[in-house]
Ligand binder design. Structure first.
Ligand code: ARG
Length: 471
């Protein structure tokens, strides 16, 4: 047991208590952030004359070495330390003796852990954004290639009206674009530095909190020290944004599973992203899409868990807050994995354009347009609706599509029909007459694609640190 406290205790900690309390098994994940924060803290202490220049330089150099040793595998982070903060400090003291003991001047593990988690999360927000950007690129490419790929659009999973694959993909483009915007908003709000909040009430040392904040790329220090150590809102917001991403991925996965089914065969998932069955040789299963759909549950779980953990905690720090880490880390890793795999699956998926088109023409998806034709020839809409309803019934009985009826058959139901009905209800006409903003018609879709391209160009690899500071 290596711990940072014990002076006021007369008994050893019970081993089970020690194990229950320790967080090293998971907070070692942010050893880099812990060292980064310590270096910034010590630089500030040196600048303020709280440590001498020599002490500052020695500590910074040694922290750097510890980081290098961990990275190179020369120094192992083991369970003999209570947490990552103890690990770093104990190693520093081992190497530097008394000078090392000065690192923690004007700092508490409460503001330290608040900082570490924020630094770690901030980076995860950026990684997630990068993966979303790649996914958006893939979606936009499919859109560009498929403005003329006609497929049925569904409501209630019943064929409704013809759309294009570009249009369907475009819906997901909008969703994942909003997900990126959410991440940016969260980044702006969270980018304040809690270091210097102390245990809860600041410190008596003349710390320069603006300086430490600036060293680590924050927009400034947090403005209330009690809030500084006990705020986990940013993490809850991030878990909520991650949940939203998973919800979108899960809906998309569900559609791909349906499209990939034997009945639909709209798409074929690449062999590299499918799996087989141990017993049924014919099987090629969409496991990746199913797993993404399934993993959504655990990300929601992380959000609910942290919301629940935080709801009853009095100010300021309480140990409950140590529970902010494991599930959050799991959620972050899960979403990154899902985004990367989903993108790969989508980029390699084959679209069976002929089947999509046939499915659109066989499902009365042009019934609305047939009714519109009658309306354009003076029939009140409600009557037109009834006439086309009878046409659909007739077609179902005969097993044909509306445009497979002869003009005589059509006229028998309504004399208003003329030869131009066939042109009016062709799949191409149905799609391309829909030209309102956001509709599937080719020129409307091209405008949407151009807007999407512009968005990606303007939001590529953004340096959020500079952007938020200027804002
Ligand atoms: N492992 C702790 C956590 O994750 C670090 C902070 C400990 N602070 C304390 N007062 N016990 O929250």
């Amino acid at each position: 047991m290596a711990q940072l406290w014990g002076g006021r205790f007369t008994k050893e900690t019970d081993q089970l208590v020690y194990n229950f309390n320790a967080s090293i098994s998971f907070d070692k994940k942010f050893y880099k952030q812990d060292i980064e924060g310590s270096i910034a803290h010590v630089c500030m202490l040196g600048r303020q004359g709280i440590l001498t220049k020599e002490e500052m330089q020695a500590i910074v150099k040694c922290l750097d070495e510890i980081r290098g040793d961990v990275e190179a595998g020369r120094l192992e982070i083991t369970d003999e330390y209570e947490d990552i903060h103890s690990f770093v400090e104990a190693n520093l003291i081992d190497r530097l003796g008394d000078t090392g003991k000065k690192l923690h001047t004007g700092r508490s593990r409460n503001d330290q852990v608040a900082l570490d988690m924020r630094l770690y999360t901030r980076l995860e927000v950026l990684y997630t954004d990068g993966l979303l950007e790649e996914l958006l690129e893939t979606i936009l490419k499919i859109m560009e290639d498929n403005t003329e790929t006609i497929m049925p659009g569904f409501t209630h999973l019943q064929k409704a009206q013809p759309i294009t694959l570009a249009h369907h993909m475009g819906a997901y483009f909008e969703m994942f674009k909003r997900d990126r915007q959410r991440l940016f908003d969260i980044f702006k709000r969270m980018n304040y530095c809690p270091l210097g909040s102390g245990a809860l009430a600041g410190t008596t040392y003349p710390l320069d909190r603006e300086y430490t904040a600036e060293l680590m790329g924050f927009d400034g220090p947090t403005l209330n020290s009690m809030d500084g150590v006990s705020d986990r809102d940013y993490l809850i917001e991030f878990l909520s944004a991650l949940s939203m991403i998973m919800m979108h991925l899960s809906r998309f996965s569900e559609e791909i599973i349906i499209w990939n089914s034997n009945e639909y065969q709209f798409v074929e998932i690449d062999d590299a992203y499918s799996t087989g069955s141990s017993i049924m040789p014919q099987k090629k299963n969409p496991d990746i899409a199913e797993l993404v759909r399934g993993k959504t549950g655990r990300v929601y779980g992380a959000l609910m868990s942290l919301l629940t953990t935080m709801k009853g905690i009095p100010l300021a720090y309480n140990k409950d807050m140590q529970e902010d880490k494991e599930l959050a880390f799991d959620a972050m890793d899960t979403v990154k994995g899902c985004l990367a795999l989903f993108q790969g699956m989508l980029a390699t998926m084959k679209f069976h354009r002929e089947r999509m088109r046939r499915s659109a023409s066989c499902g009365f998806t042009n019934a609305t347009d047939a009714a519109d034709y009658l309306v354009n020839h003076g029939v009140p809409f409600r009557d037109a609706h009834g006439i086309v309803g009878r046409i659909v019934l007739y077609c179902i009985e005969k097993g044909i599509a509306i445009d497979e009826m002869s003009l005589e058959e059509l006229k028998a139901i309504s004399p208003v029909f003329e030869n131009d009905i066939y042109e009016a209800i062709s799949m191409e006409t149905c799609v391309n007459k829909r030209l309102t903003v956001g509709a599937p018609g080719k020129s409307a879709m091209e405008a949407a694609i151009a807007a999407g391209r512009k968005y990606l160009e303007e939001n590529h690899d953004t340096d959020w640190f500079t952007v938020t500071r200027e804002a």
